[in-house]
Structures are given as C-alpha cells and as structure tokens.
Design a protein around this ligand. Sequence first.
Ligand SMILES: [Zn+2]
Length: 272
Amino acid sequence: MPELPEVEVIRRGLAPELEGRRFLTVHGGDKSLRRQSSLKELRHWLAGRRLIALRRRGKYLLFDLEGGATLLIHLGMTGRLMLGPPPSPTLPHVHLVFCLEGGLELRFQDTRRFGQVLIFPPGAKPYPLDQVGREPFSRQVTPAWLAEMARGRSRPVKNFLLDSRMLAGIGNIYACEILFAAGIHPAAPVSRLSLEQWDRALKGTRRILRAAIRRGGTTINDYLNSRGEQGLFQLELKVYGREGEPCGRCGRPIERLTQAGRSTFFCAVCQE
Ligand SMILES: [Zn+2]
C-alpha cells in the first residue's frame, strides 16, 4: 500500500511534467473506483483547464486547477498513476485516462479499486482532508506536541504512529522501521514515553521517510512510480518482513507480533 514516501515520489515525478499543462478530456472504463466522481463531473471541471500545482497531503495527491477546482487522488491499496504518450497500452485495470495537451496521458490503474478520484468545484473543501493529521515534516510537529497528543492514552506507540488523524501518511512498513530506528518497543504505551523518546521517534520518522523518498519508495508487491519503475527502499528495511533473521545491530532474531490486526516486526533487545 503506498504510504507518504511513495506518494511523494509520484508527486515529484509528475509535477515537472504536468504543472502548467492543460487537461483535454477524461476517459473511463465500466467499473468505478470505491470513491469516484462521474466522468461528466471530471470532464466539466478538467477539460481545457491548466494544472496550476500538484501538491501532497498525507497520502492524497491534490491537483490545483485553473479556475479553482481541485482534483483529489488517493491510490488506495494498489493504485498506480502512470504518465506516457498515447495510445494507452492495453493494460488491465486502467480505470481512468486523463488526456493532456502535448500528447501525454495520465492513467489511473487499480487492480483492487480501493482508490479514490474526486473532483471538488471551486470553493468546495476536499472533505477527505478533514481526517488528515499533521505532516511529519511540519514545524508544528514537535516532541512536545506528540507527548501532548499521547497524554492519558494507553495505546501502543505503533498504533499511535499509524493513526493518520495524528500524523499523516505513515503506514505499517514505515511505522516498524521508525520504531526500530528510534529504539522504542512497538507495544510501549504512548503515555509512558518520555520527551526524549518522542524526540527520537520524531527524528527517526523524518530520517526514515526522507531516506525512503530518496530511494524512490518501497516496492513489496504493487508499487511503481509514474514511470513504471520500482522503488528501492525495500533493500534497506531493517525489521519489516524479516522475522527470524538476525538484527543488524545486535544479531538476535527479529520478532513479530500482531497489533490491531497488522504484523509488527521488531528487535526485542534493541527496542525497549
Ligand atoms: Zn537488535
């Protein structure tokens, strides 16, 4: 599932090609995505409009259009955005094709169709963003703020990091890696973490997310960037998916536990 780094890599790949370029029209298949504006609505607000800016908020991509409308895209579990010249290759599961001036097509492909493609007219606030917390790189996120958010809560720090209403864009893979980098046990109750531990958690968060962006994201199953290339950060994962393998720091086997229905990978020696 694409997390913040993968979405940011896609944004950085698309922005130089798309910003300033005009949308011509939109084509779609028979099946729609989990949440999708109609083709009629999409065409109405996109056709003939230039893309002013391509932004990211959490795991959402936001296309700011001339005239004030906003196109919001979420890749869901298996969504991909591919940019290339027409005609579209006969790829399976291409749900939407955005035709752009200058002979380019942006294709939204999604085998499981959990993705979202929604258009918001000028002045309409994209409602999915109401649920999105602070950006991990924002100056508003500090160790003190994290400690404040955690006060009086007993839930494990891993689940806290996964809560996108607090910190946006962190999913299961990166939460595991962040806690290993910070030396914090994933089951530690958040209210018991010291300010010094929150400082390490935040530094770990930023370091891991930055490194993952630099390496083009993580490809475990489906993720490809807008040129159809895999990410490389999976080669640098220290604990995720490594149950039973020796910890790179202490040599003891990496362990796995289940938290909120998801697998957590960690080193019981290096993470207290
Ligand atoms: Zn270890």
